[in-house]
Design a protein around this ligand. Structure first.
Ligand code: 8YV
Length: 321
């Protein structure tokens, strides 16, 4: 019997595809850093029973209506805001993501951004590399302490909790805001639930780890930045569109807040001329939250297992509910 066809929209390490290749014929876009063009995606999706997709692929209703044989989409991410879930449901397509395997790597990165922005790590490294280090001053490149300060986590899901655990190790006072309260997290980590504006007012570091939904879109707007302390540092390792970037630029320019560490942007890749990139008090990264070799391999393996299981008529390991 002919094996079902699966299309993978970016080049993934061969060794992670083994399980999938046992049950499917696998086609793969051969580039690692170049997105699959829409005409290729449409042509491949039309004959595929499974798609392994990236956050940068827009999987909308038009594509899903067109992909008549499609049974499963596995997104190489915990987020799935690139996929029209309603349209997938309408077409009986199971959507899967890659939770858990990326939690700790993403929390490591979010906390590194916090440390880097607070202690001016990137600015200081550039200073040495550019040959500017020719004397010493007591306040030369002095940043802000992290230990014993207050962190306010917006979005207390798995990654938020993992960031809170790291913050606990730095003796930080932990506040959080979330759709629903997390009594076990409050107990385990001593995290205090706050209304959004109270969290903004009281935090030295405001860390956004919320998924992109109609409620979180643009929630960090001009008013939100005005609630923050003038010494506050804003970290975003969630989704760029949770932030009104014009308001963020303005808040940084006027000293409404002190700095930012950003792994995600409204438009990715960000325009190299974007005003945020010209600011010394901003640490900007190219959406590398889960980008450790170990984690990316695990994400790819999990996505492949999910597709293989659906094609074999089993339940997916991590379907989006
Ligand atoms: C992605 C992410 O995995 O998991 C998510 O939701 O934002 C990242 O970890 C990465 O951008 C690859 O799509």
């Amino acid at each position: 019997m002919e094996k079902p066809y699966v299309f993978v929209t970016r080049k993934l390490p061969e060794e992670t595809l083994t399980a999938l290749k046992q049950v499917a014929e696998v086609g793969m876009w051969p580039h690692e850093e170049k997105a699959v063009p829409n005409d290729v995606l449409y042509a491949e999706a039309e004959k595929a029973e499974g798609l392994l997709t990236m956050l940068s692929d827009k999987i909308d209703e038009k594509l899903l209506d067109h992909a008549k044989s499609l049974k499963v989409i596995a997104n190489l991410a915990v987020g799935y805001d690139n996929i029209d879930l309603e349209a997938a449901k309408k077409n009986n397509i199971t959507v899967c993501n890659t939770p858990d395997v990326l939690t700790d790597s993403t929390a490591d990165l979010a906390f590194s951004l916090l440390l880097a922005a607070a202690r001016r790590i990137v600015e200081s490294a550039n200073y040495v590399q550019e040959g500017k280090w020719n004397s010493w001053g007591p306040l030369l490149l002095a940043g802000a302490d992290v230990h014993h300060k207050t962190i306010g986590i917006v979005g207390m899901g798995r990654i938020g909790e993992a960031v809170a655990r790291r913050a606990k190790g730095f003796d930080m006072n932990i506040l959080y805001h979330n759709r629903n309260r997390k009594p076990s997290t409050e107990q385990e980590l001593g995290a205090a639930y706050k209304e959004f504006h109270d969290l903004l007012k009281e935090s030295d570091f405001v860390v956004c780890l919320a998924p992109l939904t109609s409620e979180t879109k643009g929630m960090f707007n001009r008013e939100a930045f005005q609630f923050m302390k003038k010494s506050a540092i804003f970290i975003n390792a969630g989704r760029g569109a949770s932030v009104d970037e014009d308001a963020l630029v303005e808040a940084l320019q006027t000293g409404e807040i002190d700095g930012a560490g950003l792994d995600v942007f409204v438009k990715e890749p960000i325009d190299p001329n974007h005003p945020l990139l010209a600011m010394k008090q901003v640490v900007a990264l190219p959406h590398i939250g889960s980008a450790s070799v170990e984690t990316r391999l695990k994400m790819s393996e999990l996505a492949c297992r999910n597709i293989a299981r659906i094609l074999e008529g089993k339940e997916a390991e991590t379907p989006v509910k």
